[in-house]
Design a protein. Sequence first.
Length: 331
Amino acid sequence: MTLFNKLLGASAALALSAGAALAEPALIFDLGGKFDKSFNEAAFNGATRWAEETGESFREIELQSEAQREQALRRFAEAGSNPIVMAGFAFGDALGQVAADYPDTSFVIIDMVVDAPNVRSVVFNEHEGSYLVGMMAAKASSSGTVGFIGGMDIPLIRKFACGYAQGVKAVNPDATVIANMTGTTPAAWNDPVKGSELTKAQISQGADVVYAAAGGTGVGVLQTAADEGILSIGVDSNQNYLHPGKVLTSMMKRVDNAVFEAFSDGPGLETGFQVMGLANGGVGYAMDENNASLVSAEMQASVDDAAAKIAAGDVAVHDYMSDDSCPALNF
């Protein structure tokens, strides 16, 4: 084991690639693991695409605890990795402590804003993409009741839920939207059993379409929805393939593009605040052979029309994080 890995710690070292060249980029996954089939996996796919296209390699680590956030950042920076990309808002505090100590290292944080001259902060208009899948949920629902299951109860996930509810209500003002969060700690991102329980509870209340924005927990939501004969909606990555013919669509959050662009831009990349929404391909919804039979031409045309209007600024979707309120849903 190298000194680099020893310094990082035994548990973290298992996931860390060593022996890399100077300025090799690095990717740090959030808790839940890189193969969560959702947010982290989207980040991994972007890094993998960059590696395949360039023939280069990157470093990566899957965290085992909150305590490793700052530790991993410092060890990658000390080893010369550049840029260093973090997948998740929870890196905000650690990056705030680290960035100034490594002024020549470029850092990229996804889903959080850190104001430092060597940091690119990438955020997404999740409410816009969620609005579109909310429209689809309302159009596909027979009961007039649809559900939302979030991961950790934080403003970011309420942003998903609020956009979704607005899309539902745009199609059916009389629809009922049931919203539940999995928990209040990071463990909420990786609890498929709790996700399954919440799905069954929403089904008992009449929900026949359920949207999961819960990381690894969402795997349990989609599985239970398929088992119980209702439709589900995936998130972040295209999850349609998990249950072909039973996942209505997935709200695509192009974390893969954010990571790919960061790695491609390399050391000294442009820093500051970057917003990815409908207007620049940052969010959208997934269509493929797995859900083609579930989405009618009329449904797709209606949603595409709304997407164009949102992108053009003709339709405004309220952002929960702008004022901690939602006109279409009570939390």
